[in-house]
Design a protein around this ligand. Sequence first.
Ligand code: NAP
Length: 289
Amino acid sequence: MSDVAVIGLGRMGNALAKALLTSRKSVTIWNRSQGKAGALERIGALKADTPAAAVASSSTLVVCLSDYAATSIVLDEAHSTGFLEGKTLVQLTSGTPKQARHLEKWVESRGGSYLDGAISAWPDQIGGPEASIVIAGRESVLTPIAPILQLLAPNLSHVGTDIGRAKILFNAALSYFAAHWIGFSHGAAMYAAEGMDVAEFGEAIAALSPMFADDVRHMGRAIEANRFADPQSTIRSVGVDISRLVQIAHDLNISSAFPDFAADLFRNAAEAGYGAEEHCAIFKVIRTR
Ligand code: NAP
């Protein structure tokens, strides 16, 4: 029996298996297409020929596939009576809270234990100090395998027994990053349209990053306490600034898709009566469909 079976050897699964092997764990690996196991086999991994063989090889199964649909296909292929009996399946594939809750029931009804996690790291960071994994599930299931997961990510945090929680956290953070990527790219397009050095824009924003940490902490507290009445800037004033981005986009002949969307959101919030409140009060128009 191996210490761990890693199912899925894409960019992330490969990094997970490699970190475990580097930490001298015995690891069985499986991947749908051939050709991704070679480098891992050379550092000691055992290759399983089928999903069933991978599942049979260890009591700790780490799954990292492109989505939950792929996970279902692979587990259906491995399926046989009692095949998960006494095993812990750790799902590190990204997905929705609903998918996590569904898979937990599926695994438990087949005698297995289930943990659902989300990785916050690039593959190159796995096993290093920057890597974080959040895990949802029963503490009694997590405790025995936490040392294995800490080899993947020293920053391992347990977010409770509600199995959907890790995916909420991951996707909420993804929402934050999506705005960050789009906002940066729109600013970069403005720089490029003016013939300016976009790398310098990156440096300018990096210099502001400590301010962002304070701002997200402040917004979290303000929204949690429903306290928006003491603004440093208001929905109305930020809305005017963002509308100007639309004008600049037209002047520079670049896409106005992002400022159009953002200006609409701030306009809606002002029309809903929140114009004098602070910028993160747009939460109140976002939280209802
Ligand atoms: P990837 O490189 O695209 O690998 C996808 C994996 O899923 C491959 O092993 C692929 O097998 C397998 N797969 C897809 N469909 C399948 C199917 N129908 N049956 C069997 N296997 C199937 O993706 P990745 O970057 O490793 O990401 C894996 C997960 O980690 C995703 O949920 C992702 O969101 C999450 N994640 C990734 C990162 C990152 O930076 N890469 C960061 C955080 C979280 P084949 O090799 O045969 O195609």
